[in-house]
Design a protein around this ligand. Structure first.
Ligand code: FES
Ligand SMILES: [Fe+2]
Length: 347
């Protein structure tokens, strides 16, 4: 499977990157991540130019990495500043230093032509670093291709079946969606507005609402990496006022960063930011536990699907219906971005 290069991808949470060396593989590129003494995040190619020893298995000396095999030493720009046994440092002794931006609690890395990296093109998830929101988060590695997670998140009707008892209720699968595509900006919008729905435990326990709800799901998928689900929960029949704050509703901003690692593995970064009960630690614990459970239900299903797809005959033909409109639009945008005919679950 081809990947969409010349794009920004989330390689880590900012909180994961510090004065220890962190290994991540993004779009098949092995990276080592760390912070300089001044706090600046750095992403270098994780292969020593000498004999390929992973720099992530090496050690930091100040802001430089000393290769753990024979001591080649690299600065944050990837330039080699020391080789053992000789004064002259070969001109080609350098590793790639990938453009890095820390924003909205994520470490974004540019994979592609270095001179084309434009930080302004990184999509935003401001709630994740906003004190008016409480955030729970995690990262699940998937043994499944990236396109399967894109399909999964763009079609939330699966909540009813795969996540019953957590976030799924009958109304999710039963309510039709509307889909829009911004071709120029590469964004897929999928909305499902449930006017009169059962309140799933995820929201009943966290908001304290008793009885039925008006539940809106508005998805924005910024291809290729960032997925936002604006979730509005209100007592049944309560709608946003024509003017002013929507203060009678509860808002959860559910964020996924979908990062291809290798052809058959993916990083699933997930976060739930909420604007209610923000100081209530028990709500945070409950939402963290619940969303982790939900994510693992997806991980289990997608890992199975990956096995199915890799072992099935080539002639297998999927059947798509109305619920797949968003996922199909995403596949089309990604395929265009990659510049080849296929992407994701469709081989
Ligand atoms: S492999 Fe890194 S110094 Fe030899
Ligand atoms: Fe799911």
């Amino acid at each position: 499977m081809a990947f969409a290069r010349n794009q920004w991808y989330v390689a880590a949470y900012g909180s994961e990157v510090g004065r220890d060396l962190l290994a991540r593989t993004v779009l098949g590129e092995p990276l080592v991540l760390y912070r300089t003494g001044a706090g600046k995040p750095v992403a270098l190619a994780d292969r020593c130019v000498h004999r390929r020893f992973p720099l992530s298995e090496s050690r930091l000396d100040g802001d430089t990495i000393v290769c753990g095999y024979h001591g080649f030493t690299y600065d944050p720009t990837g330039a080699c500043v020391f080789v053992p046994g000789q004064q002259r440092i070969p001109r080609t002794a350098r590793v790639v230093s990938f453009p890095v931006v820390e924003q909205d609690s994520f470490i974004w890395v540019w994979i592609g032509d270095l001179d084309r990296a434009d930080p302004a093109a990184i999509p935003r998830a401001p709630w994740l670093a906003d004190p008016r929101y409480a955030v729970v988060r995690g990262m699940a590695p998937l043994n499944a291709r990236y396109g399967l997670l894109v399909d999964n998140l763009l079609d939330l009707s699966h909540e009813t079946y795969l996540h019953g008892g957590y976030i799924g209720t009958p109304e999710v699968a039963n309510t039709p969606i509307t889909t829009e595509v911004d071709e120029d900006r590469g964004i897929v919008y999928v909305s499902r507005h449930m006017d009169d729905a059962e309140c799933p435990p995820f929201y009943a326990r966290s908001t304290g609402i008793q009885g039925r709800i008006t539940r809106w799901q508005d998805i924005e998928y910024h291809t290729p990496c960032l997925y936002l689900l604006h979730s509005r929960i209100a007592p049944q029949g309560v709608y946003p006022p024509a003017e002013g704050e929507d203060s009678e509703a509860f808002h959860a901003e559910i964020v996924y960063a979908i990062t291809p690692s290798t052809e058959h593995t993916t990083y699933d970064f997930w976060a739930v930011a909420r604007d209610f009960a923000i100081d209530d630690e028990s709500v945070s614990e409950y939402l963290h536990h619940s969303n982790h459970t939900v994510v693992m239900q997806d991980v289990t299903a997608l890992n199975i699907l990956e096995q199915v797809i890799t072992t099935e005959p080539d002639r297998y033909q999927e059947l798509s219906i109305n619920i797949d409109t968003g996922g199909l639009a995403a596949r089309r945008l990604l395929a265009r971005m990659i510049g080849s005919g296929t992407v994701g679950a469709a081989r």
